[in-house]
Design a protein around this ligand. Structure first.
Ligand SMILES: O[C@H]1[C@H](O)[C@@H](O)[C@H](O)[C@@H](O)[C@H]1O
Ligand SMILES: [Fe+2]
Ligand SMILES: [Fe+2]
Length: 263
């Protein structure tokens, strides 16, 4: 059963069936069946329904909205733009998320490494040839390492949650968005766009701020909207066998990243 969810079209033709990739066409519907409910029995991204996560998530956004000022964002960008906190490979960084639970997420209370692998594996199943998308799935939330003691153990309000513009600085609020760029990745621009804006639901789901987009953004947004299904709806209690899939992701990391990166 395919469940249709209400989403603005944003220039992407909705409901297009699986297209032959050999024609070089963008496959908008990879065949992913969107689950009706999350692991807690509610619809995804419902911030109002009473659930075991609701109170915590609400407290998170309260502190987040009070403290995430443009001044704070500027200071964080300067501090974390130095990339002088650690040197390590991508997989090592994934493993730092073994113990991280995202307090802003109403749909998941599993460690974040699980979420990375669930996202990547779900994309891999439907888009076997787009290996850059698999790797993008694996790394898209790595910014959450800022919660780790090695990165100063920032509070959750400063790190996770949805993205939104602060002050007048549209899109400049993502502390880690230059991490991959600063380390010479060969991932395509669409991958960097996905990483940078995947939490910007006001843009990619609700269609706000579109007047700030240029043509390239519009193209990249198509990939982001494909990605979003996998990021959001792959959240589940079904664990991925980390050791089994590790060699595949190590090979992708080797293809698109240097062995050691500055963080
Ligand atoms: O991309 C997601 C999304 O924005 C969720 O709403 C948020 O709770 C997570 O922290 C983030 O990684
Ligand atoms: Fe995210
Ligand atoms: Fe995510």
């Amino acid at each position: 059963m395919t469940i249709l969810i209400d989403q603005p079209e944003l220039g992407v033709e909705a409901g297009v069936n699986k297209l032959d990739n050999a024609d070089n066409e963008l496959v908008l519907d990879g065949g992913f069946v969107v689950p009706q409910t999350n692991s807690f029995g509610h619809t995804f991204r419902d911030y109002h329904v009473e659930s075991e996560r609701q109170q915590g998530v609400e407290n998170f956004y309260r502190t987040n909205h009070i403290n995430q000022t443009s001044d704070f964002v500027k200071r964080m960008r300067t501090e974390y733009g130095k990339l002088n906190k650690m040197e390590m490979g991508i997989w090592e960084c994934c493993e730092l998320l073994n113990d991280v639970i995202d307090e802003s997420d109403p749909d998941l209370d599993e460690p974040q490494i699980e979420h990375l692998l669930q996202t990547a594996e779900a994309i891999r199943k439907d888009y076997p040839n787009e290996d850059w998308m698999h790797l993008t799935g694996l790394i898209h939330d790595l910014g959450k390492v800022l919660l780790h003691p090695g990165f100063g153990e920032l509070p959750q309000w400063a790190v996770v949650g949805d993205t939104y513009p602060v002050g007048c600085a549209f899109d400049k609020s993502i502390v880690h968005h230059k991490v991959a760029k600063g380390n010479n990745t060969t991932l395509p621009p669409a991958a960097l766009f996905i990483i940078r804006y995947h939490s910007f639901y006001a843009l990619h789901k609700s269609g706000a701020y579109r007047h700030l987009m240029n043509e390239e953004d519009t193209e990249n947004l198509k990939w982001l909207q494909i990605f979003n299904k996998y990021d959001l709806y792959s959240k589940s209690k079904v664990r991925i066998d980390v050791e089994k899939v590790k060699p595949y992701y190590l090979s992708l990391i080797e293809k698109y990243f240097p062995a050691k990166l500055r963080w």
